[in-house]
Write a protein that binds this ligand. Structure first.
Ligand SMILES: Nc1ncnc2c1ncn2[C@@H]1O[C@H](COP(=O)(O)OP(=O)(O)OP(=O)(O)O)[C@@H](O)[C@H]1O
Length: 282
């Protein structure tokens, strides 16, 4: 159980690297204890924004984290982490290295292992603890990245495409974690391309393409026209405007599913966007 997550405010946040303007005047509020999704096209600046939040990228403007009491723990799941196949680092070694502040050689052999065991168990990786990190599949590596973010119990979680390599069982693990975080009042900032999952699981969603193009409840803002405007690389022609594109129909089906009730309870059958459908909007 955690103390409750913070509120986050991005107030006129900008970022320019070299001659490239990556973020411009980003204004956004992430409410305490909410699951807030960030969606947008490739290169839209989502990872850069969360890295600015984590202090890994410079920024202009104001970025505030308002903790309800003393600052809590921030958990982070990066978009990807590559390991050489031959690197002699097991899952257990990786977990120990990422979940302690002291150098590994100063730690007693079993110190912290109960937490590591519990975290690996929650993501279904307990039986692969001795496997080398470089030998894991993409989905298994993703599960380990999720596991390391659970120690110590986070009050703020920043997730950068945590579902990218997960299979259906991995989705179920992630959804279970999300339910627990919501129950515990953890604030979750979640970069995601799976719009069906966002429509179903997020409390709020913001569309980012350099600046914020929309922000609101998924049911309200994930409308096909908005998404086409956000994800289209080129402006649409007049001819395209006059006919209903197949993409819009796919998007309509994907986002018309009812949102999950706040208590995480049962919901009616959902429309589902397949991975190939998702490619339509990327
Ligand atoms: N260190 C850097 N130096 C220069 N340009 C960068 C750097 N990091 C990111 N960029 C550029 O910033 C832009 C935004 O990248 P970012 O990774 O934030 O986008 P994203 O929305 O997370 O994309 P994706 O959905 O593909 O993960 C891209 O054009 C990228 O090439």
């Amino acid at each position: 159980m955690t103390a409750g997550g913070p509120r986050i405010r991005f107030d006129g946040v900008g970022l320019t690297l070299g001659r490239t303007e990556i973020l411009r005047d980003v204004r956004l509020s992430v409410e305490a204890g909410s699951v807030h999704a960030l969606v947008g096209p490739n290169g839209g600046g989502k990872s850069s924004l969360v890295k600015a939040l984590l202090g890994q990228m410079p920024h202009r403007g104001r970025l505030a984290i308002d903790w309800p009491g003393a600052p809590g723990t921030v958990g982070y799941v990066p978009q990807s982490l590559e390991f050489d196949r031959g690197l002699p680092m097991s899952v257990e070694d990786f977990m120990r290295a990422t979940t302690q502040r002291r150098p590994a050689f100063l730690r007693r052999p079993r110190e912290g292992m109960a937490d590591i065991d519990a975290a690996l168990d929650r993501v279904g990786m307990a039986d692969k603890r001795l496997r080398r990190m470089g030998a894991l599949s993409g989905g298994e590596r993703q599960r380990v990245l999720l596991a390391q973010s659970l120690i110590p119990n986070p009050a703020l979680l920043v997730l950068d495409e945590p579902m990218a390599a997960l299979d259906e069982a991995g989705f179920a693990v992630f959804e279970h974690l999300l339910r627990d975080w919501r129950r515990d009042g953890v604030t979750v900032l979640w970069v995601e391309h799976d719009l069906e999952a966002v429509g179903r699981l997020a409390d709020r969603v913001s569309g980012l393409n350099r600046s914020v193009l929309f922000d609101g409840a998924p049911r309200e803002v994930l409308a096909p026209e908005r998404l086409l405007a956000l994800f289209s690389a080129r402006p649409r022609t007049a001819a395209q405007e006059n006919r209903e594109p197949a993409d819009a129909a796919a998007l309509e089906a994907a986002v018309s599913a009812p949102a999950r009730p706040p208590d995480g309870g049962a919901h009616p059958p959902l429309g589902r966007m397949s991975r190939s459908d998702r490619r339509v909007v990327q």
